[in-house]
Design a protein. Structure first.
Length: 370
């Protein structure tokens, strides 16, 4: 059983882990327990997992009234989670972040089921910080985050990347194409209005675009229409979408990525060796996106700017200076590739199987064909 969701940053690592288990154990069963948000439903719609949702509300960053409601609702969430666990009978529960993780992993722990969590960010979210005391193992993406968890429980694995993205290529050796220049803009799975405004202005106000310039812009649902219209009005070749399902192809086409600094996106950028300009979400809990991005900046794979200090003209200058400097792009691409942990998913699965064996599980599903 895998639990988490609410954003792509939580969902996609969970999907990567689930897919890896099914590759090893084709007759195994996976249940994904998430939220009823649109993002979760869309990302999981075509996946061969059993699916369940529970009623659950976030605590952090909410009003006092909303937090009180969430606390009152917690016993109901725990009972619902226990019911799902009792019905599915998982050999292991893995939490990948998001507020739904809390009651599901806690219920599993109380019911004696082995539990693990994966922390994508440099600074753990509230749910994972609390759960770290109770779970059997904590998988980490970024060095240094082990200080938030009990000693002896953590395993530095990296952040899982979906198999279809890993298989798509586009790493450092292929990061800079021979003809045409493509800018990819990613605001995260739910879009980023301010980042959309900055990039659209930076591109449309540029007087001398490079030959063969094209932009691929993931906007989120609210900004899709006006972003498309703005590019069209300037005659700029653009592919605009609220959310893209064909990310392996899109990453292959990108010469430079302008993005938020969510941990899962950064894992994909390093796995594929993509140079990037990062604009962290300024209201991310505990400033974790900025700290995530610093890992790439220090490694020479990215440039990073604070949104509140950034203007469209300055962003445009940075974007097009890099797009015209292929040698610099290639250097950043190679350094991004060196930061990657492409085997993160397999490390997590190996550790999960080791835990299951330690806990006495010897079911038929451990007789792998791989």
């Amino acid at each position: 059983m895998i639990t988490g969701g609410g954003t792509g940053g939580h969902l996609f690592p969970g999907i990567a882990i689930a897919d890896a288990f099914l590759r090893r154990f084709p007759r195994g069963e996976i249940m994904f327990v998430g939220t009823d948000r649109y993002m979760d439903a869309q990302a999981l719609a075509q996946r061969p997992f059993a699916k369940a949702t529970i009623i659950c509300q976030p605590l952090k960053g909410k009003s006092i009234l909303a937090r009180l409601k969430a606390v009152v609702q917690l016993p109901v969430s725990l009972l619902q989670a226990a019911k799902v666990i009792r019905r599915f009978k998982p050999a292991l529960v893995v939490g990948v972040g998001g507020y739904v993780t809390g009651p599901v992993v806690l219920a599993a722990r109380l019911m004696g089921v082995p539990t693990c969590i994966h922390e994508q960010n440099s600074i753990p979210g509230l749910a994972n910080r609390k759960l770290g005391r109770f779970v059997d193992r904590v998988f980490l993406s970024i060095p240094g985050s082990e200080r938030f968890f009990p000693e002896g429980k953590t395993v530095l694995t990296g952040n899982p990347v979906r198999a279809e993205i890993l298989a798509s290529g586009g790493r450092a050796e292929a990061a800079v194409k021979k003809s045409g220049i493509t800018l990819l803009v990613l605001g995260g799975s739910q879009g980023a209005h301010k980042l959309n405004e900055l990039v659209v202005a930076a591109v449309t106000e540029q007087e001398d675009l490079p030959a063969g310039f094209r932009v691929i812009h993931q906007t989120g649902r609210q900004d899709e229409q006006w972003v498309r219209e703005r590019y069209d009005s300037k005659g700029i070749a653009a592919t605009v979408g609220a959310f893209f399902d064909n990310m392996p192809t899109i990453y292959q086409e990108a010469d430079l990525v302008v993005s938020r600094a969510g941990a899962t996106t950064l894992a994909e950028l390093t796995a594929l060796g993509k140079p990037s300009i990062l604009v962290p979400f300024p209201f991310a809990a505990d400033g974790h996106q900025e700290k995530n991005g610093q890992f790439l900046v220090e490694g020479g794979a990215a440039k990073m700017f604070r949104e509140q200090e950034l203007e469209a003209a300055g962003l445009g200058k940075e974007i097009f200076a890099l797009l015209r400097d292929r040698e610099k792009l290639q250097q950043m691409a190679e350094r991004a590739g060196k930061l990657a942990k492409r085997d993160a998913t397999e490390r997590i699965v190996d550790s999960c199987l080791s835990l299951m064996r330690d806990r006495g599980f010897n079911g038929n599903c451990l007789q792998t064909n791989v």
